[in-house]
Structures are given as structure tokens and as C-alpha cells.
Design a protein around this ligand. Structure first.
Ligand SMILES: Cc1ncc(COP(=O)(O)O)c(C=O)c1O
Length: 385
């Protein structure tokens, strides 16, 4: 490990990427470069084909019904804002959980503060358990939307989204799934979970570059575009064309990012999602087991370890988390994330607010030796200080 770094920050963004991801983004910029779907020349047509290929591949991997249900955005935050602001009307009520990321909490707060909506937060327990009955009890006649993260970006717990989705459907309420932390790490089948809307980001488990996200809009779901403009289609019309995905994709897209994402998706197809899940789970299992054995380490555990992603949070008694992160990098080359991870209510829920935790988030390219090195580092730190 001497001299090298250990990257344990995959929940923020995954690194490294498969080699083909770098190559495809560079190849598009050097040798393609045209705006997809805008012009009639061959390079523009090729770029359009590339975008369609990535859309089709994402739809297949995520189990969408049709490629047109997949909209390219710029990240999960973009997708969540488009979904939340695209479906809510004045007077609507929203239900969300205490494990949501700021990309859900902040749009809801601003809509609440300007009087557009009311909202109810359902508290999870410290290990991520959520009682579906608590959600059902919070439903009001004007409840329009339930938003839920698929997995906590703080402790890794996978939430019972299929059951929540079913509840929403039973009451005729829209269900928005935030799959930022699960796509590419655990299998997702949109036709089984049946959300109306789902937000994805391209740069985490889907292994693409930053700057690309995906929004799934189930066929028939009514949504307003929050960005309108050029689509390269029906240019004679003054209003936004209503056909999907153009309806929600105004403006030049991040084509080099999509080219890279397409290769990230191919890598997932080739490797197999179950192989990725198993490998990430094995690494996280080893890490959690090792952390439990170190005195002064408090591990924040998911309720059922087999239903979690490889996001591991802990604190070391007597240590500020930020300071510990600094020591881990400076003395041991371990890059991780400390603090609140853009999820303040999750930390209130697990009892680590306002200091936050140290978060090790593992990816497919991490190795067992890296986990062993990190555990050794923590044992040394705990003994020394
Ligand atoms: C659960 C969750 N939702 C949304 C986001 C936002 O993702 P992005 O930064 O790609 O917009 C994140 C990012 O960490 C996340 O963990």
C-alpha cells in the first residue's frame, strides 16, 4: 500500500472508472463532437445513435418498460428536482423519510416555505427500519407524492421500497424513488418496484463520468418540464414538444458524459450485477466485522446487513470525525468522507448530529487488502491516541 491511495468514497462518486469510460468520453470529444439530434450531418446522427444506445442500455439494466421512459439529466439532484417540481401543485401534501438526501429535503423545504405544499417526514429508526404503517397513517386526502431513498447514503440500509410503492399505488399517490445509491450496486427492476418516477445518477454505481443523471418517468405519468427549449425536434412549434424524452430534455446534453456512461453500463452488463453486488457486499461485511472488533469504534449498523449497500459509517470515541478523516488520509492514504453527507436528518436519526460520522463507501474496484489496511490503520490510531 506504500505510496498509493485507497479510495473509499464511492458513495460520493465512484473511482476509478472502467478504462473504456475514459476512452469513450475522450473519443467523443476528439473524434465525434457533434450535437446529437440537431443537425443532419453524419456526426450528429452518430451522436444521436450513441445517446439512444445508452438510453436503451440503461432502460434494459434498470428494467424500464421502454427506452423513452428514461430521460437524461445532469445528476440525481437534477432528476429529483425535475420530478418533485414537475408533479407538485399548490395545496399538495408530500410524505418523505428521515433518510432522505438534501437533494430531496431542500426542494421540499423551499416548496413548503413558500406555501406551495405541506409535507410530513416519517422517522426511520437508528438502523434504518421504517414502519410502513407510519407512512400509511400519514396519508391525507391531498397527499400527492411519497419520496423515498432506495438506500441510505449514511449507513447503507436498503429501504422496503417495493412495499412503499405498493402502498402509494393503493392510495393513488405518486411514488418517487431515489436510487442514487443503489443503481449499479444492487439489482433494480423498475417493473417490479413500480415507481412512477425514479432518480438515478450516472457517476456513482453506474460508473460513468460526473454530469449525467437519469430520470425514469413511467409512461402516462403527467409531469411539467422545468426546462424548456431546443430539442432538435418539431422546431416549428412554439411550445415544448410533448413526445418523450424530448419533452424533458431541452438543451444540449452532456454527450461525452453519456458516451462514458454507456461504457459504464456495458461494464455492468458484462460483469453481471449479481457479481458486483456480491463483491461489494463481501468487502463491506469484512469491514463492518473488523470495525466491530476495534474498541472505541461505534459502528452504525443497518438493520439487516444482507439488505444493505457498501456504505459504512462509524465514529471513534474521543475523535472528531473530520480530524480522523484527515489523519486517515495524511498517515494512511485513505480517502473517505466525514461529516453529515448531505443528509442531516439521517444523522439526527442515528444519533450522530451535528458531528456526523466517518464514512467508508466501497466500490467494485476496492480490494480485500485495502479493507485490511484500513482496519489496521484504525487499530493503530485507536492505540496511539
Ligand atoms: C441518496 C442520494 N440522493 C441523491 C444524491 C445526489 O446525487 P448527485 O450528487 O449525483 O446529484 C446523492 C448523492 O450523494 C445521494 O446519496
Amino acid at each position: 500500500m506504500e505510496g498509493s491511495i485507497i479510495y473509499f468514497d464511492n458513495a460520493a462518486t465512484s473511482w476509478p472508472k472502467p478504462e473504456e469510460v475514459y476512452k469513450a468520453a475522450e473519443n467523443y470529444l476528439r473524434n465525434g463532437g457533434a450535437n446529437p439530434g440537431r443537425s443532419g450531418h453524419t456526426r450528429s446522427i452518430d451522436a444521436d445513435r450513441l445517446v439512444y444506445e445508452a438510453r436503451e442500455r440503461a432502460a434494459t439494466i434498470l428494467g424500464a418498460g421502454e427506452p423513452e421512459e428514461i430521460v437524461f439529466t445532469f445528476n440525481a439532484t437534477d432528476s429529483l428536482n425535475m420530478a418533485i417540481k414537475g408533479v407538485l401543485e399548490p395545496g399538495d401534501h408530500v410524505i418523505y423519510t428521515s433518510f432522505e438526501h438534501n437533494s430531496v429535503l431542500r426542494p421540499l423545504t423551499s416548496l413548503r416555505r413558500n406555501g406551495t405544499i405541506t409535507a410530513t417526514m416519517i422517522a426511520c429508526d437508528a438502523s434504518g427500519n421504517i414502519d410502513i404503517q407510519d407512512i400509511e397513517k400519514a396519508i391525507l386526502p391531498n397527499t400527492r407524492l411519497i419520496v423515498c431513498t432506495h438506500a441510505s447514503n449514511v449507513i447503507g440500509t436498503v429501504l422496503p421500497v417495493k412495499e412503499i410503492s405498493k402502498l402509494a399505488r393503493n392510495y393513488g399517490i405518486l411514488f418517487l424513488l431515489d436510487a442514487a445509491q443503489t443503481a449499479g450496486s444492487i439489482p433494480i427492476n423498475l417493473q417490479e418496484i413500480k415507481p412512477h418516477l425514479a432518480a438515478f445518477t450516472g457517476h456513482k454505481g453506474l460508473l460513468g463520468p460526473p454530469g449525467v443523471g437519469l430520470l425514469y418517468v413511467r409512461k402516462g405519468v403527467s409531469i411539467k418540464p422545468w426546462r424548456e427549449g431546443g430539442t432538435g425536434s418539431r422546431s416549428e412549434e412554439e411550445q415544448q414538444p410533448e413526445m418523450m424524452p424530448d419533452y424533458l430534455e431541452a438543451g444540449t446534453m452532456n454527450t461525452p458524459g453519456i458516451a462514458g456512461l454507456n461504457e459504464g453500463l456495458k461494464f455492468i452488463e458484462k460483469t453481471g450485477i449479481s457479481t458486483i453486488t456480491e463483491r461489494e457486499f463481501r468487502l463491506a461485511y469484512k469491514l463492518r466485522a473488523g470495525l466491530r472488533d476495534i474498541g472505541r469504534v461505534k459502528l452504525f449498523e443497518p438493520v439487516r446487513e444482507h439488505q444493505s449497500v457498501a456504505v459504512v459509517s462509524f465514529i471513534v470515541e474521543g475523535f472528531d470525525s473530520g480530524e480522523l478523516g484527515y489523519v486517515l488520509e495524511q498517515a494512511y492514504g485513505i480517502l473517505c468522507r466525514t461529516g453529515l453527507h448531505c443528509a442531516p436528518w439521517a444523522h439526527r436519526t442515528i444519533g450522530s448530529f451535528p458531528q456526523g460520522t466517518v464514512r467508508f463507501s466501497l466500490g467494485y474496484f476496492n480490494r480485500e487488502e485495502e479493507v485490511e489496511h484500513a482496519l489496521k490503520a484504525l487499530r493503530e490510531i485507536v492505540c496511539r491516541f
